[in-house]
Design a protein around this ligand. Structure first.
Ligand code: MG
Length: 158
């Protein structure tokens, strides 16, 4: 049995000197405002997996109101989501991801990001794809107010 899930996330820029995307620490002249590390790509990925499982979303699983999640690495949360996927008897067929933003350019960190996800979710290189795009100056990402990501995942019963 196959199931599909979609995830979307956005975070607003604030003060800072780096951002974390897919577990890669990327030097930048701003940071992202968030309860966790503001890793928009990982948040969208987790929501896609949880959506495919019919398990709600990361807000339900890791509530903002819970102090234990303050500043936590989103990769740690992804590991928990991967454990839920495994425990429910599913595996990932493929993941397709779109990172949306003008700056910083993240594709030079693409291999590091994909490898982080492959390690945590235990999947092959051909099962995960990362793309980067801008919105041509339009909207909140175009005005460089923040970053966004969209992810689609297909899972199947093991
Ligand atoms: Mg988020």
């Amino acid at each position: 049995m196959y199931r599909i899930g979609i995830g979307f996330d956005a975070h607003k820029f604030g003060e800072g000197s780096s951002i974390c995307i897919g577990g890669a620490l990327i030097p930048f002249n701003k940071g992202l405002i968030a309860h966790s590390d503001g890793d928009v790509l990982t948040h969208a990925l987790m929501d896609a997996i949880l959506g495919a499982l019919g398990e709600g979303d990361i807000g339900r699983l890791f509530p903002d109101s819970d102090e234990k999640y303050r500043g936590i690495s989103s990769l740690e949360l992804l590991r928990e989501v991967g454990n839920i996927l495994d425990a429910k008897g599913f595996e990932i067929v493929n993941i397709d991801m779109v990172f949306i933003g003008e700056k910083p350019k993240i594709m030079k960190y693409g291999e590091e990001i994909v490898n982080n996800y492959r390690d945590i979710l235990n999947i092959g290189e051909d099962r995960i794809n990362l793309k980067g795009t801008t919105t041509e100056g339009m909207g909140f990402t175009g005005r460089e107010e923040g970053l966004a990501s969209k992810v689609v995942v297909l899972i199947r019963r093991k």
